[in-house]
Write a protein that binds this ligand. Sequence first.
Ligand code: FAD
Length: 444
Amino acid sequence: MNSITVFWFRRDLRLHDNTGLYEALKNEQNVLPIFIFDRHILDDLEDKKDLRVAYIYAALQQIQQSLADDLQSSLKVYYDYPEQVFEQLTQAGITLNGETYQVKSVYTNHDYEPYARQRDEKVQQILSNSGVAWHSFKDQVIFEKQEVLTNADKPYTVFTPYSKKWKHHLTDAHLQERLVASHAQNLLKLSPQLPLMPLEKTGFVDINKSFSSKTIKKQLVIDYQQNRDFPAVQGTSRLSVHLRFGTVSIRKIVKAAQKYSDTWLNELIWREFYMMILYSFPHVVDKSFKPAYDCIQWRNNPDEFKRWCEGTTGYPIVDAGMRELNTTGFMHNRVRMITASFLTKHLLIDWRWGEAYFAKKLLDYDLSANNGGWQWAAGSGCDAAPYFRVFNPYAQTEKFDKQRQYIRQWVPEFELSRYPAPIVEHKFARQRALDTYKAGLSKE
Ligand code: FAD
């Protein structure tokens, strides 16, 4: 039986500058790229038009096309449980175009979320039982896990010193491109090419949507600092979805940030900071980073939660954000902060409810960034704003959407009588939040 090496795509859906793929091609011959639509995840998604599944499928189509056009190779796509795929591969090998191959080794890139780590441990066990080698590499970030620590070798819990140390550690070697193309001859050649599995096989619908561009716009990055807080302006990169699924390389983006905008570089470091927090303090997944905040007596009114979700709170900037999210799967960062603050402070609804709603809707949903953002807004997170700083939605509007351009786009009826009255009066809600937080925290 001929032997092959498998490269397993996960959050790194690109052929260029991909560390695991580069290493596989450099060290092995007959490398077959695969992707698994994981039934553990897909079968739990209610919306069969989920934008994220459509996004992944579009990325796979591009990979398949490039493999076929330029490299006479193919991508093998599965819809299954990863453990079962690897059980099968190790037991029976893999049959392609009538020929069966034995799997010799598996290459991939590290995936850090708690579910992914558990999955990988199981897969590694299956492979090692059959003597198949497992090689995994850092690719999604510049610094992973606990590579950036305090001088006392502890994880940082405050952003600014973390970011300073991060920048101090950064060298050109960290940003060097992995030249996949230079070893492309080691991809498994298949004739005829494998057809791409139709998305319908997973029960999801191919909505054929086009997504935001992954080009780094130089002028946007140069102007980032002055424009980034205004939701009506295209002042941020919209690269989050590409970073989420690895359709761009973090090294390429950090290089551009280094060149043109330190403020933008800091945002990319926030991404790694929250990944480090999740890795070092896994309790944040369902508990407050600061335990005292788990004593807050949330009101958790389901009708108010529903109005927040659908964008009918009577606060135009909050409603605009929620409607942008519901319609597009994206929300501007400034508005994410305002809507999250509103839910936790004005309505006193548990941040975990808001976090779960964002997780369902955001195209760029990422456990660490979403959890970090929510805990920051609720005041319960590391390096969060102190709880007594409550965002005033009206003042935020005056500052960041003065001409009401963003609001007009998403809540055109905001000045009409049919627009709902505010769900709660601001001053009253602010005081109620302060009292409730104070009472909760004094229980510690
Ligand atoms: P840019 O401003 O161009 O920033 C560049 C990149 O830096 C982003 O694409 C993102 O990868 C990263 N980044 C920027 N800000 C942050 C941040 N505060 N924390 C972590 N990474 C950051 N971001 C997600 O990627 N996924 C989420 O699920 C997510 N949930 C959030 C929830 C809340 C309540 C809040 C307040 C923020 C959340 N963010 C999340 C962070 C931020 O809002 C988005 O990354 C950003 O709006 C994406 O737009 P952009 O690509 O144009 O960002």
